[in-house]
Design a protein. Structure first.
Length: 235
C-alpha cells in the first residue's frame, strides 16, 4: 500500500474526501491544496456511462478554455506553400512537408500536438501512422484542416482535446494552480459543458458517473455530477 508524506496527509485532513462539491468549490479546494514547489497542473478525470467498445458511444472533441491551459504547447505543422506560411505566421514551432515527415521518422518527438492540411494526410498516414499514434492529426480534433493557421492559434491559446479511453474515462487538464479561483472555475465549467453536450445519442442511463478534480501532487476532490447537468442544461 502506498504511503503518503506529512504534507499530503495534512492536506487530506483539511477537507472531506467523500463529499461531492460544486465545481467552483472543488476548484477552490484543489487550488488551495496545490502546495508543491512548482506550478502544478490542474487535472480532471471523468468516468462516463458509455461503452468505449462501441463506436456510436465514442466521446471525443475539443474545447477552447477561456483562460487557456497555462502550458506552453509545442506544435508542429505538416503543410506546403501558403498553408505552411500561414502555420509559421500563427506560431507553429516547426513547419514542413516531406522533410518534417523524415525528421519525425528519424526520432524527432519534441512536440505536443501535430497539425496538418488534408493533402498531407496520405503521406503522414503511410509513413507516420504507428509513430505518431495518439498524436496523429485527426479531423475530429480539428488538427486536420485547410485553415491550419487558425488551428495553430487555437491550440497555442488554450484549446484542449478530450477523448474517452479504453476504460470509459476522460482525462484532461483545466489549467494551472497559479490561476485564480474564478479562472479555474470558468475553465472547468466550459470543459464540462462541452462534454455534456458531446453525449452520444446511443448512451443510456447515467452519463456523468463520477468526476474528480486534482492537481499534480494533490489529492482528488469529487465534483457533484448532478450540479454539472443543471449548469450545462441552463447555460
Amino acid at each position: 500500500m502506498r504511503k503518503h508524506g506529512k504534507r499530503f496527509n495534512n492536506i487530506v485532513a483539511a477537507f472531506d474526501r467523500d463529499a461531492l462539491y460544486a465545481p467552483a468549490d472543488a476548484a477552490a479546494i484543489v487550488k488551495k491544496n496545490a502546495t508543491a514547489k512548482f506550478n502544478e497542473t490542474v487535472e480532471i478525470h471523468i468516468k462516463l456511462g458509455v461503452d468505449p467498445k462501441k463506436s456510436d458511444q465514442n466521446v471525443r472533441g475539443t474545447v477552447n478554455l477561456p483562460h487557456g491551459t497555462g502550458r506552453s504547447v509545442r506544435v508542429i505543422a505538416f503543410a506546403k506553400g501558403d498553408a505552411a506560411r500561414a502555420a509559421e505566421a500563427a506560431g507553429a514551432d516547426v513547419v514542413g512537408e516531406a522533410d518534417l515527415i523524415e525528421r519525425v521518422k528519424g526520432g524527432f518527438a519534441d512536440f505536443d500536438v501535430a497539425v496538418a492540411t488534408p493533402d498531407m494526410m496520405p503521406s503522414i498516414g503511410k509513413e507516420l501512422g504507428r509513430i505518431l499514434a495518439q498524436k496523429m492529426p485527426n479531423p475530429k480534433s480539428g488538427t486536420v484542416t485547410p485553415n491550419i493557421g487558425n488551428a495553430v492559434r487555437e491550440i497555442k491559446s488554450g484549446k484542449v482535446e478530450y477523448r474517452l479511453d479504453k476504460t470509459g474515462i476522460v482525462h484532461t487538464i483545466v489549467g494551472k494552480a497559479s490561476f485564480d479561483e474564478a479562472q479555474l472555475a470558468e475553465n472547468l465549467a466550459t470543459l464540462l459543458d462541452a462534454i455534456v453536450r458531446a453525449k452520444p445519442s446511443a448512451a443510456k442511463g447515467t452519463y456523468l458517473k463520477s468526476i474528480t478534480l486534482t492537481s499534480t501532487m494533490g489529492p482528488g476532490v469529487k465534483v457533484d455530477p448532478a450540479r454539472i447537468k443543471a449548469t450545462a442544461t441552463t447555460a
